[in-house]
Design a protein around this ligand. Structure first.
Ligand SMILES: Nc1ncnc2c1ncn2[C@@H]1O[C@H](COP(=O)(O)OP(=O)(O)OP(=O)(O)O)[C@@H](O)[C@H]1O
Length: 270
């Protein structure tokens, strides 16, 4: 006798998530308990709402400590959020709440659909540059051989010389590590690209090349959520700026309007 196949109906999408959004953050909260300082609690995110559509680039702004990096880390699930929802629409059209996925599900989702480029690459020990980047391609669904070719192309694009490809990434300079990280995050256009100061360690020529790369990804429909402390990069790439203040959204609008508003709590050079 065979058992019937039970498949649970997918949960109804929440009414306030726009049909076209890739990412919809709702009432997101995150606090940290500082166990070494009398158990003091820091409210890093206090009920954040935001949406990012395909091809849209939302730049987070606000003063130091406003919650920008914490928001990116909650979306990537480096941090578990403390309340609210992080709705992500997969390439297959399924809406999932990143905040409630299992660890195995989030690892799969990151590999297939997310790119995350932070200031720092903490490379796994004893893995070569080419291996790190091509593994990102395999996680994105490429065959191993195709992933190696794509990794080579991605490394050339960010000007990592071929003589460095078989070296362990741990021995690279800060700027080289950052470029390897960018190559891995963008080897195939991710559905959602999370950027936390991705060009901070780069010289002007490499910075320009990486900004071009991000612009091209946006044109292919990648949704981007970023933190740049660099007014030019925000003006050039962002379609919208969301200003955080003490873990809340205090303003949102076009870069040209927001970045020149003298009343907003911004940390960028105006
Ligand atoms: N791992 C952590 N443990 C404890 N507190 C943290 C942790 N990460 C962030 N915080 C606190 O959360 C708040 C928001 O920090 P976050 O790094 O998100 O700010 P930010 O806007 O990215 O700042 P910056 O522009 O300086 O990078 C700060 O008060 C910070 O001290």
């Amino acid at each position: 006798m065979t058992s019937p196949q039970h498949t649970a109906p997918p949960p109804a999408p929440p009414a306030d998530v726009p049909a076209g959004s890739v990412l919809s953050v709702r009432a997101l909260r995150k606090d940290f308990t500082l166990h070494t300082i009398d158990g003091r609690v820091v409210d890093a995110l206090n009920g954040v709402d935001l949406d990012v559509a395909p091809g849209e680039h939302v730049a987070l702004a606000g003063t130091s400590g406003a919650g920008k990096s914490t928001l990116l880390r909650c979306v990537y699930r480096t941090y578990l959020s403390g309340g609210g929802a992080i709705w992500f629409r997969t390439s297959g059209g399924h809406l999932v709440d990143v905040a409630t996925l299992s660890d195995a599900e989030i690892v799969g989702l990151r590999g297939r659909e997310f790119g995350y480029v932070s200031q720092f690459l903490r490379p796994q020990p004893r893995r070569s540059v080419l291996d790190i980047v091509s593994s990102a391609g395999v996680a994105r669904g490429m065959a191993r051989e195709a992933a190696r070719d794509a990794a080579a192309a991605a490394l050339r694009q960010v000007d990592i010389a071929e003589r460095l490809w078989d070296m362990h990434a741990t021995v690279l300079s800060g700027g080289q590590k950052q470029r390897v990280n960018i190559a891995a995050g963008t080897i195939a256009p991710p559905r959602l690209l999370l950027l936390d100061e991705p060009v901070s360690a780069l010289d002007p020529a490499n910075r320009a090349a990486v900004l071009d790369l991000i612009a091209r990804l946006e044109e292919t429909g990648t949704a981007v959520l970023s933190v740049f402390h660099d007014l030019d990069a925000i003006e050039r790439l962002a379609t919208r700026v969301v200003v955080l203040g003490r873990g809340r959204v205090v303003a949102t609008g076009r870069p040209g309007d927001i970045l020149r508003d003298p009343n907003l709590p911004l940390e960028v050079a105006r």
